[in-house]
Design a binder for this molecule. Structure first.
Ligand SMILES: [Fe+2]
Length: 242
């Protein structure tokens, strides 16, 4: 079918623990294009004391990638977002610098640590919503308090958050339990986005192709279109109205 988005990935060279070289970035983009992806939201990490690349540098590297991609993959659309790791004073940073949000909109791709508790996830998510942000919980299936308790997933969605899962998890590369949880989120209508979370061409590759096939087969094309095209397209549309 094609025309899909990948809305979570680390393909900009040298800005985080994703791609190291422009050549590797282009190789990942090639996998995306072959999978039927036409639009990619690039989401370099921001995480205190771990990934703090200057956003001017991130933008410069993004422009470099965009130039090279335009030559090799005409018709592929790239956008700049961010995966923001939760911290205690995130509100101020997110408020004052739109580059830590998704395409400058009020959507925030919010990451947690494996060690964070359910109550921390709930509180931090709510604190963003109460300030007018729209948190998207990045790879929510990786957090035990959520994957072991679908009620917390429901609660977060009721609160106004949106949930994202990784392509690898959908197709079972992270184990049967996680795959089953992802299927449940889809069946219950709790999911809003799927992203590759691709980092490189070695151990964290892009598996959007297998994922698209799986979602189309198990959930139908209408559903695949909603989760992998219409929902992320809404973020792009909002960014144009800013
Ligand atoms: Fe990520």
């Amino acid at each position: 079918m094609g025309g899909y988005f990948d809305m979570h990935c680390h393909i900009i060279p040298e800005v985080d623990d994703g791609s190291d070289l422009l050549e590797e970035s282009l190789a990942i983009l090639d996998m995306e294009v072959r999978a039927g992806v036409t639009d990619i939201i690039l989401t370099p990490h921001f995480r205190r004391e771990m990934f703090e690349a200057d956003r001017d540098f991130v933008e410069a590297q993004y422009n470099l990638l965009q130039e090279a991609a335009a030559k090799e993959f005409p018709g592929l659309h790239l956008y700049l977002g961010c995966e923001y790791h939760s911290n205690h004073d995130m509100h101020e940073m997110l408020r004052t610098d739109p580059r830590y949000r998704m395409l400058g909109t009020n959507y925030v791709l919010l990451e947690f640590s494996q060690a964070h508790s359910g109550s921390y996830i709930r509180e931090q998510t709510y604190s963003l919503i109460s300030r007018g942000f729209r948190p998207i919980i990045a790879h929510c299936e990786r957090y035990r308090p959520i994957s072991s308790n679908i009620k917390l997933a429901e609660e977060l969605v009721d609160m106004g958050a949106e949930l994202q899962i990784n392509a690898d998890s959908v197709i079972g590369r992270d184990g049967w339990g996680i795959k089953r949880f992802c299927r449940k989120l889809m069946k219950l209508g709790l999911l809003s986005y799927i992203g590759s979370d691709a980092h490189n061409m070695v151990d964290r590759r892009c598996h959007m192709g297998e994922c698209i096939d799986y979602v189309e087969k198990k959930m139908g094309r209408e559903y695949a279109d909603l989760i992998m095209r219409r929902n992320p397209q809404n973020i792009v549309d909002l960014s144009k109205k800013q």
